[in-house]
Ligand binder design. Sequence first.
Ligand code: ASP
Length: 321
Amino acid sequence: MRGVPPILLVHGGAGAWRTFRNKMREVVTVLRNALRSGYEVLGSASAIEAVVEAVKVLEDSGILNAGLGSVVDVRGEVTMDAGVMEGCGMRAGAVAAVTYPRNPVVLAKLVMEKTDHVLVVGRYADELARLWGLQKHPGPAKRVLERYSELVKKLREGEIPFKRFKKNYFLAKQLLGSLHDTVGAVALDSNGCLAAAVSTGGILMKIPGRVGDSAIPGAGFYADDHAAAVATGIGETIILSFLTLRTVSYVREGLHADEAARKAMDRHTKLFGEGTAGLIVVDRDGYFDGIYNTEGMPWGYIAKDSGDARVLGLPNSTSSP
Ligand code: ASP
């Protein structure tokens, strides 16, 4: 697909969405709201401001696996990862395993802007969130705790096998018929700058201290002067394939964003199988796409020539209209 800049894309996570059909209408509304808010920002500010605004709306929705809706680890606690990257100037900021901020994506942006570092983790990142006056996260959402209790019961009763430290991403694949809806955004502004932002509660039932792809530039997010991409899915596979860096590199080598995404996802699927990942990408020439090897990945876009926000990627629909 191709659009006239400025262009903004968002997604609500790659996963087993069929199980959650009843949630679809809400998700579509939330994605549209995120696109509209982000696009308003994109009218007067740069791509990085727009992607952060869009992801903030998704974090605040409480119905996706990020910010207020974040899933919990094996202890039933929320720890979140987030990252942002700006192609103009090649700057990035990320946080991992944070518990304090309501909007980890804002903390990631502040790490990029206010420190000399790219990635700050755990309680030290939480201290920065407090220091910079960010709003505090209220703790796990009710629907997340209910799902957690259900799973703990199934694990206790032996209905689902659980190996605490080994091959948990296969377990995640089984469990993620449930909550698997990390959020992300990419944008191309009218000055030709590209940006990416991502935020997640990670994988449900992860062990404490686990960090996923969303905190790692090149894995869960990447932007340079050619393209910006954000990934979702089982973070362990995305880290191993460096999915977003690979996609952006294919664009640098001459492919359009949609072709690059397909090539990177084909490789990813060959390595790790179906049901493992999805991504959204936009390039400096206005080509873009959302692609996934899972049942669904609600994603949407808005461009100067697209009219209002459009949402695609629902189960049983195609990734490209
Ligand atoms: N990629 C995220 C993680 O592994 C999860 C997701 O995309 O839903 O932390």
